[in-house]
Design a protein. Structure first.
Length: 104
């Protein structure tokens, strides 16, 4: 049986994602629902979590240029969201994707 609170939460998240259109925010393309689950079709990001990059490199191995580039993009996305009254509330390296083409 479905958890109605969880379903409502996911539906609210979907409504928020549909309002966002920014180059550094993963896009939601489509949703599907059946009796068992809600499915989200999202943009594929060829990359990995910032957390994994940090762990693999070791502490202090991101140079200032790389770190400032990542933070600039994160802050730009946050500003975009905040202007639209959207708050992330779980911002951490695990939730930040670094695209492979960024050359870290």
């Amino acid at each position: 049986k479905r958890n109605l609170k969880a379903v409502d939460f996911v539906r609210r998240e979907i409504a928020i994602l549909r309002r966002l259109d920014h180059p550094t925010i993963c896009r939601l393309y489509e949703t599907f629902e059946d009796d068992k689950a809600i499915y989200l079709v999202m943009e594929f990001i060829d990359g990995r979590e910032l957390f994994d990059e940090i762990v693999e490199r070791g502490a202090g191995e991101l140079d200032e240029r790389q770190a400032s580039n990542i933070m600039r993009q994160v802050l730009c996305a946050l500003q975009y969201c905040h202007v639209r009254s959207v708050m992330h509330r779980d911002l951490k390296p695990d939730n930040i994707m670094v695209a492979a083409h960024c050359g870290l």
